[in-house]
Design a protein around this ligand. Structure first.
Ligand code: ADP
Length: 584
């Protein structure tokens, strides 16, 4: 019932996750800008050759789509080929699982089919050596250079080339390298015009490999950010609580499934003004306060959902990034309707229970002190004394019943059994006795037993507990018929079961309470009913005794102003083994 509450996301945690994602996106943008930094006007020269990279990236976008970053890498590869005057360029990636270096796109001068089979173990060939040692290598003739014997260069008709390590660097805020990982190698093959590569080319390729590395790092980062974002959205979507994000301009940027259900919105709500979708003044007030940067306390709001009034606890706050920029509002809606009604029932229970305890105590105290005062002077006749003491005993019984109910309820709640004691016993005498006891307790009501067909002589069950069931139902029948009337206990055999009905001509029970009267603490909350004291525990216990102890069913049919009939169906021959295993 209170699950929603338990699952409710912690606002700070959500804020933190949002900040983190936004920070990553900012970083991503920054890296892209850095990559785009070198411009065409800067010419490659001396020791700082620059590779102008101009992809189709639009820095105003949150993150450039992945294929655009791929384009950047492809262009860079082309430029490397041009600058080095190489016929072919290939990137090899280290696959940790396979322990191999694999050719990956984009390549230059090599078709996809060839690229796919361009691979070598990371312990072999010149590729493996450059990868492992992190030093560039130049080779002038693959036919004679023993270092290239194991590389699959024949496949690509490689005669000469340069191989440099492909490194990803991680930098801190001051641009100092804090981590360096070699992720593969970069090859340039076959210098054009029959020439050969020289040391200058090696340095150039090393430089450009750095750019290749940082684009790949960027791509990886992009994928991670996208995945993380997806994960976060998925988490938001599946929250039991409603979650809404509002942009600083007041547009909805996130409305999860629960929130859509609460506000009757569909997926198109995204991008709309929150006022038009939520249509709730109380929320508007809270959000306006949040927009002014004010902290708002948890607030309860009422929303009609599916025809019933539900209560939500709203927690909301303005979200700011590290620099303090306003990123909008995050709001969480937890359904606390059930919790509220339990709260209400609990407090009315406390009031009822104290009344129920005080009434018999007052009577006991009153009658016994009266007797005590008169003891010396023989003030009261034997008759009077008998009557007074009778009342004291009755009230003690009432107190005991109440305390038993409380104890039994807490036992059931903590999963303990009510320790049934199963025997075979005679049914009819038990019914007759219960009816007689109740008839004696009221002269406003006529309590009778009506047996509709032949009842079995004996049944199997817990005799005391069946008595408790009947007594409770009869008590209620009398209690909730304040104007008096007939109370009839119907009994009949129905196949392998006994059906017992306790009928009264009392107040009746409104439809919406018919199932709920069996819940603990639940009482019908109307004017007539409020005048009648009770704890709301009786039927909860009766239901347990019927269903768990006797493996039966209980239900009620009722009409307000006409009366109610509580039905109990239990087996004649109870499966004791099964019942015991359930009540162990
Ligand atoms: P209590 O009588 O102590 O309140 P119960 O669990 O026995 O607790 O009953 C729960 C509620 O069900 C009552 O408060 C009353 O509103 C309703 N109820 C039970 N029995 C009857 C009845 N025979 N007629 C009308 N209402 C009833």
């Amino acid at each position: 019932m209170m699950d929603g509450k338990d699952e409710s996301p912690n606002l700070d945690e959500l804020r933190r996750q949002l900040d983190e994602t936004r920070r990553q996106l900012d970083e991503e943008r920054q890296r892209r800008r850095e990559l785009e930094g070198p411009t065409d006007s800067e010419t490659p020269g001396d020791n700082e050759p620059r590779v102008p990279i101009r992809g189709g990236m639009d820095s105003s976008m949150e993150v450039a789509p992945i294929n655009e970053a791929d384009v950047t890498l492809r262009r860079l590869v082309q430029r490397i080929a041009m600058i080095l005057q190489a016929e072919k360029i290939a990137i090899m990636f280290y696959d940790r699982e396979k322990g191999e270096l694999l050719g990956i796109p984009p390549a230059y001068g090599i078709d996809d089919d060839h690229l796919k089979i361009f691979r070598i173990r990371a312990t072999h060939g010149i590729s493996g050596k450059v990868f492992r040692e992190g030093e560039p290598a130049i080779f002038h003739d693959t036919n004679t250079d023993p270092r290239t014997k194991e590389d699959p260069f024949g496949l690509l008709h490689v005669q000469n080339g340069i191989t440099v390590p492909l490194v990803i660097e991680k930098r801190d805020e001051e641009n100092r390298v804090i981590d360096r990982t070699t992720i593969g190698v970069l090859h340039a093959f076959n210098k054009r015009h029959g020439e050969d590569f020289n040391d200058e080319d090696v340095r150039l390729l090393e430089r450009m490999a750095r750019n290749v590395g940082s684009i790949i790092a960027n791509l990886q980062m992009y994928r991670e950010v996208v995945e993380e974002r997806e994960e976060l959205l998925q988490t938001f979507e599946s929250l039991a609580a409603g979650l809404i994000l509002v942009s600083p301009e007041g547009r909805l940027s996130q409305v999860n499934a629960s929130a859509r259900a609460i506000f009757g919105a569909d997926a198109d709500a995204i991008g709309k003004n929150y006022r038009d979708v939520l249509k709730n003044e109380a929320i508007e007030k809270i959000f306006l306060a949040n927009q002014r940067g004010e902290e708002t306390p948890k607030t309860e709001i009422h929303i009609a959902l599916g025809g019933t009034d539900r209560i939500y606890e709203v927690q909301s706050a303005q979200v700011r990034n590290e620099e303090g920029r306003d990123l909008g509002i995050v709001a969480i809606f937890n359904d606390i309707t059930e919790m509220k009604s339990i709260d209400k029932m609990k407090s009315s229970f406390v009031a009822m229970a104290s009344h129920e305890l005080r009434t018999p105590l007052t009577a006991i105290k009153g009658f016994s002190s009266t007797l005590l005062e008169g003891i010396d002077e023989d003030m009261y006749s034997k008759e009077d004394q008998r009557e007074f003491l009778g009342i004291v005993v009755q009230e003690c019984d009432r107190l005991r019943r109440l305390i038993d109910d409380l104890l039994n309820t807490s036992r059931i709640e903590s999963g303990e059994s009510l320790k049934p004691h199963y025997t075979r016993f005679e049914l009819l005498p038990l019914l007759e006795k219960a009816v007689m006891v109740q008839q004696q307790a009221s002269n406003k009501h006529k309590v009778t037993l009506k047996v509709h067909n032949e009842l079995p002589d004996t049944i199997i069950g817990d005799q005391d507990k069946l008595d408790q069931i009947l007594t409770n139902l009869l008590n209620n029948a009398i209690k909730y018929s304040p104007a008096g009337g007939d109370v009839i206990v119907h009994a009949k055999t129905e196949g392998k079961d006994i059906l017992i009905g306790v009928q009264d001509q009392g107040l009746g029970i409104p439809k919406e309470h018919l199932i709920r009267v069996f819940e603990r603490f639940h009482r019908v909350d109307n004017e007539d009913n409020r005048k009648i004291y009770g704890t709301g525990l009786g039927l909860f216990l009766v239901k347990h005794l019927v269903e768990r102890v006797h493996l039966g069913q209980i239900w009620v049919e009722s009409e307000v102003g006409v009366g109610s009939t509580f039905y109990v169906r239990i087996p004649v021959e109870l499966d004791v083994e099964k019942a015991k295993s359930l009540n162990d």
